[in-house]
Design a binder for this molecule. Sequence first.
Ligand code: HEC
Length: 153
Amino acid sequence: MNKWRHHYPLYVLLFLLFVGTTGLYVSYKQHSNTEPLTVASTQVTLSSSDAISIEHGRGLTHECITCHTMDEGGPARLGPNLFGILGAHHAHMKGYAYSKSLANLADRIWTTEALDKWLQSPTAYAPGTTMAFPGFIDANDRADIIAYLKTLK
Ligand code: HEC
């Protein structure tokens, strides 16, 4: 017992040394592991960001499908079918009764920029349009919807 007491400071010192070096070793291991991991996950995020946008855009089109079908050859609902809308002319669907205001723009092409403006505010883009939709304020939401519409071809 006396001997233990006598060596007590030494044991404490040894214990602290042990904890200290283990801690150092663990943090070294963690550090050397994180860097390659971070690089790898960044690459994954970059390569799948398009897919994430498209998926998000597809989700947002639940706002459109009450009025629009999106499949090839799909029928008109309240609005025209939207398959292949990117690159198509305005008022593109044969037999659909467009408003005068959209029919008057029939020689314009639905580019990304045109769709972006349309989806921000249909009534500002074509005053008198019959598309009763307030539009999306968020530019990222619009970009994601357009990314999804682009896949419909
Ligand atoms: C309340 C019904 C309704 C909703 C909801 C709606 N639309 Fe429309 N959409 C219409 C109507 C009606 C037209 C025809 C407008 C006209 O003739 O002025 C139209 C026209 C369009 C056109 C022009 C098509 C062409 O041939 O030129 C695009 C593009 C379009 N809508 C996209 C969308 C998208 C994308 C959404 C969802 C974010 C959406 N719409 C939501 C009713 C709707």
